[in-house]
Every structure is written in structure tokens, then in C-alpha cells.
Design a protein. Structure first.
Ligand SMILES: [Zn+2]
Length: 271
């Protein structure tokens, strides 16, 4: 028996499903002064916001010395007068609204509909928006490996062991394969992105943005998670995967922390 979970979640408790329409999912910016708490530093600081319509509980990213750290809005003021040069700004907001059907796959939930948990949405849960000056270049072919021959990977045993540990700790927060193109997010000392190609049991062009030479622990964790998730899909959801040529899996921990965070209202349907 398979269990499917349908869900719907909104950022604002006051906004009901009926009021929500396609056109207002990207809400207009409302200037505000916000207090942001950064759990990683145990600090709460004030920031100016003119890019988003922020509410308590929203997950945001800022510029200044806490750039890259995830913060949570704990207070919002709309009436204020400030000297702009005294304030750093909010530069990104995590998109934690979600709708659709998820299927249970052990440590992860899996979607076969591209709109439920697209990479960009989940990426915003973990990472600040890329600053426009940064440019990345990928050289070489990356690593190629067969999922049923992971034991043959040529890597330092310590790296393999750390990668296995990451996999067992469900640190592969997200993994998706869309028409052969794979992407994953691994929670390490910071979030890392792993790109790969997947076809008929073979993974090619495996690249991680930790910029290690050779295979890294994040890539090992992704290979193990991919093998596990595909095994479950093949056993229980093969028809859905064949139809869509797409799957995306999110760890239950990440899903509950972001899409079902405490400031949410919405519904969960079991079926
Ligand atoms: Zn890596």
C-alpha cells in the first residue's frame, strides 16, 4: 500500500485559500523595517526592506556582515523614519509556500509533478540569492559511475565514510532528476549543490560546488540517496515516474522545517 499526502500551505495565517489566486502568489513589495533573528549567530538585528512583503516568520537573507546566514523575521514595522545609510537590507526571501501531492519514500517525500517542489523553491530555503558578480565555470567531465557499482568508486576511504554518514543523517535535503538532468542540495557545514546527469543506472558529469578536487563527501551522499530513492520509486511509484520522466525528493526534516513552519496555515490530506 502506498500513502499519498496532499498539502497546501500559505505564509500568512490571515490569508485563506479562497482569497489566494494565481496573480497574488508574488505579493507586492511593502517597505518595512524588520527585526531578523539569526539562529546560527544567536543575534537579532534590524534591516530595511523594500523588495518584499515581509511578515513575521518569513525566512530571509540579508547583505552586510551576516550575508549568507539564514534569518527569521521576528518583528515588522511599517511606520518608521530612518537614515538609509545606517541600515543593511533584506536581499532574499525563502519561498516556503507549497501545494500538491507528495509520496512517502522512507526519509524523504517525493513529487512527480514539476510544480510541487521545484529546485529553485527548495534552493531558496537553504541559500541566499546568488550575487550577480559571481560567475562559475565548470571544467572537465566530472565523475561517471554506475549506481549498482558504487563500491568501485575510486576515492579516499575517509571521504567515502563521511559521505555515507551524510547519507545516513539525511543531509541530502533535496534531489531531483528531470529528463536525465539531476540536481541536489546537501546540508554540510553550509549548503552545497551537486549537479549530475542520470540515465539507465549511470551517473555522469557529477559536480559539486564545494570545489574539491576529485570526488567529495557531498557527491558520495548524493549517489547513495539517488540509489535509495530510485529503488523506492521503482518498487512503489514506477508508473508515475515513467509518465512524468521527473521526480523530486525532499527530506522530511527540511519539508517540515520550511514548508510546514510554525507561521503557516493550510491543509494536509491523506489519501
Ligand atoms: Zn562537495
Amino acid at each position: 500500500m502506498t500513502l499519498k499526502i496532499g498539502f497546501h500551505s500559505d505564509r500568512y495565517p490571515e490569508q485563506t485559500t479562497l482569497e489566494k489566486t494565481e496573480s497574488n502568489t508574488q505579493s507586492k513589495a511593502v517597505k518595512s523595517l524588520v527585526q531578523v533573528h539569526f539562529p546560527s549567530r544567536n543575534m537579532t538585528l534590524s534591516y530595511y526592506n523594500d523588495m518584499f512583503d515581509l511578515h513575521r516568520g518569513d525566512i530571509v537573507y540579508v547583505d552586510g556582515k551576516l550575508e549568507g546566514h539564514r534569518g527569521r523575521v521576528v518583528d515588522v514595522s511599517y511606520c518608521f523614519k530612518i537614515k538609509l545609510s545606517d541600515y543593511k537590507r533584506v536581499i532574499g526571501r525563502a519561498d516556503t509556500e507549497a501545494n500538491g501531492s507528495l509520496y512517502m519514500a522512507d526519509s524523504h517525500f517525493v513529487a512527480f509533478d514539476r510544480s510541487v517542489i521545484p529546485f529553485e523553491k527548495v534552493q531558496s530555503w537553504f541559500k541566499a540569492p546568488n550575487s550577480s558578480e559571481e560567475e562559475y565555470v565548470i571544467g572537465g567531465e566530472g565523475t561517471a559511475v554506475f549506481l549498482d557499482r558504487l563500491g568501485e568508486i575510486d576515492a579516499n576511504p575517509q571521504i567515502i565514510e563521511r559521505g555515507e554518514q551524510y547519507y545516513f543523517e539525511d543531509r541530502v535535503a533535496y534531489i531531483s532528476v528531470c529528463s536525465g538532468q539531476g540536481r541536489a542540495i546537501v546540508e554540510g557545514t553550509q549548503p552545497y549543490e551537486v549537479d549530475f546527469e542520470y540515465n539507465n543506472g549511470e551517473v555522469k558529469s557529477l559536480v559539486c560546488d564545494c570545489f574539491c578536487a576529485g570526488i567529495c563527501k557531498h557527491e558520495i551522499a548524493v549517489l547513495l540517496q539517488l540509489r535509495e530513492t530510485l529503488r523506492i520509486i521503482e518498487e512503489s511509484y514506477n508508473e508515475l515516474y515513467t509518465q512524468s520522466d521527473y521526480f523530486a525528493a525532499v527530506s522530511k526534516g527540511a519539508f517540515f522545517a520550511f514548508a510546514m513552519s510554525p507561521n503557516k496555515r493550510g491543509s494536509v490530506t491523506l489519501g
